[in-house]
Write a protein that binds this ligand. Structure first.
Ligand SMILES: [Zn+2]
Length: 72
C-alpha cells in the first residue's frame, strides 16, 4: 500500500459534495484520484491537474463529470 496525499479540488465530489481528494504521493499522471471522505473515484491525476489549473467553473465541472461517469 502506497502513501497518499490529500488536496483540495475546485470541483466537488458528485456523491458527497466534499472538495477534499486523495491521490498517491507518487502522483503518476494515470494515478486515480478518489474522494477523501466517501472514497468514490473522481478522475485521474492528470485530469485533476488541469482542473487545478483551470480553477472552478463549467469547464472544470464538465471535465470531472466526464471522468466520474467513465469510472476507473
Ligand atoms: Zn465524496
Amino acid at each position: 500500500m502506497s502513501l497518499s496525499e490529500d488536496f483540495r479540488l475546485p470541483v466537488a465530489c458528485p456523491s458527497c459534495g466534499s472538495h477534499l481528494m486523495r491521490v498517491s504521493q507518487v502522483k503518476n499522471p494515470d494515478d486515480q484520484v478518489h474522494c477523501a471522505s466517501c472514497h468514490r473515484f473522481i478522475c485521474l491525476w492528470h485530469e485533476a491537474q488541469s482542473v487545478l489549473r483551470k480553477g472552478p467553473g463549467s469547464e472544470s465541472e464538465a471535465l470531472i463529470e466526464k471522468a466520474v461517469n467513465r469510472g476507473a
